[in-house]
Design a protein around this ligand. Structure first.
Ligand SMILES: [Zn+2]
Length: 421
């Protein structure tokens, strides 16, 4: 289990942590380049055990690497190992490990042995980080287990520390409640088959916040143009302030979205014997419609807008949460094939695109006359499919599709917009 707390370093501690964050990022990029180079030149696979030894040697010579605690450096290299393992695993959706850009969220990983936590009072605790000493954090909930690893990170809202916790909690016995099917849609955030109203995610920004965000984005664009024209592309302090302000709003937005998602998935897992969802590959669904130079895609802007609304509803994250929460609350996650769920009549089972024609959000079966909200109809169909699969489906996120790039085409591009639902 992961636990994340707001961290309150002093100003000096903050400066040190920022330095560590950039060093860890640079180390990741250098290690990745080294592995790529050795593979391309000599077909040699470099792993963290060897790179850790080189890191030790580098620490003796280079001051900036020496400032990062050795354990943090080693942990970074071990995480790179895992990124490679995931990429090699055909059942894992991960892409090739990516470089970390300067503007990325700063993060410093540490193994569990490197940190120590002590409680100060009901609301506060502190964590001892190597070379830095005790740093206070807000104990918003109990740790509830032993610490396996810790990551210090910074986002638009400030510093956080997250712990990987071994809780030793056993999966709960089946809760014996009736099952349900859920349609994660765009028009309605989630439609549960046993309910007569969709669950709507409240707006993640207020009207004024949206206005301000728009204003800041314009300001940023203007300042960037100015920087290119007059400063040789060098960012001014004012431009950096604008970027920080945008980051703050975006973090707030992300937090509200995450709050809704957690409440939704907890409720689904807690109150249903099984939860049926569509087995969708989000990555394929939200591919860019750009196409290639020879074959430009159609409706690129529209697809980008659709992608944004799909990702805004975070289907992948919902599924990840449902997977671990269903175990905790005695429920079961049943992913079902997604073919034609939106065109299948939940009453008579006939598949016909005509049933959706010209009706907007309404589903009207042309065979039996059954009428329903299109998303609710889909959720009932998903529940029926989940019921049929029984307990045979495992709780695996990973699609079994093997990654084979199409010949003569770049793997990451799609020439046609993918259809959804
Ligand atoms: Zn029908």
């Amino acid at each position: 289990m992961g636990r994340r707390y707001r961290l309150y370093p002093t100003q000096e501690q903050g400066t040190v942590l920022t330095g560590w964050g950039h060093t860890a990022r640079a180390l990741w990029n250098v290690a990745l380049e080294q592995r790529k180079y050795l593979w391309e030149q000599r077909r040699y696979t470099l792993r963290s055990a060897e790179q850790c030894k080189q890191l030790t040697a580098a620490r003796a010579d280079l001051e900036w690497i020496r400032e990062l605690p050795a354990q943090a450096g080693q942990q970074t290299l071990r995480i790179l190992d895992r990124a490679y393992d995931n990429f090699w695993n055909p059942n894992h959706p991960a892409d090739f490990p990516a470089r970390k850009k300067r503007g990325h969220r700063l993060s410093v990983p540490l193994p569990g042995q490197a940190v120590e936590v002590r409680k100060l009072n009901r609301r506060w605790a502190e964590v001892r980080l190597p070379k830095l000493g005790w740093v206070r954090f807000r104990l918003s909930r109990a740790l509830g287990g032993t610490i396996r690893n810790a990551t210090v990170s910074q986002d638009g809202n400030g510093w956080h520390i997250s712990f990987g916790i071994h809780t030793g909690r056993k999966p709960a016995a089946p809760n014996g409640k009736p099952g349900c099917g859920v349609d994660f849609g765009i028009a309605s955030s989630a439609y549960v088959s046993t309910e007569d109203k969709p669950r709507q995610m409240p707006p993640t920004l207020t009207k004024n916040e949206r206005k301000r965000l728009e204003y800041l984005e314009h300001k940023k664009a203007r300042q960037q143009t100015y920087a290119k024209k007059h400063n040789g592309g060098k960012y001014s302090n004012r431009l950096r302030r604008t970027i920080t302000a945008i980051g703050k709003l975006r973090t707030r937005q992300a937090n509200r979205r995450s709050d809704f998602t957690h409440k939704l998935t907890t409720d689904l897992a807690k109150n249903h014997g099984f939860v049926g969802i569509e087995d969708l590959r989000v990555k394929n669904m939200t591919k860019s419609a750009n196409g290639t130079v020879e074959e430009p895609g159609r409706q690129v802007r529209q697809k980008a807008g659709l992608n944004r609304s799909i990702l805004d509803n975070t289907p992948g994250e919902r599924r990840r949460q449902l997977e671990y929460k269903s175990g905790l609350y005695g429920s079961e996650l049943r992913p079902v094939p997604a073919f034609h769920t939106s065109q299948t009549c939940a009453a008579c089972g006939k598949v016909d695109p005509e049933s959706r024609k010209g009706c907007g959000r309404l589903f009207a079966c042309v065979h039996c006359g059954h009428e329903d909200d299109a998303d609710h109809n889909a959720s009932v169909e998903i529940e029926a499919r989940a019921r049929r699969t029984g307990g045979t489906v495992t709780n695996s996120t990973r699609s079994t599709t093997v990654r084979v790039p199409a010949p003569g085409r770049r793997r990451t591009r799609e020439t046609q917009p993918a259809t959804y639902g």
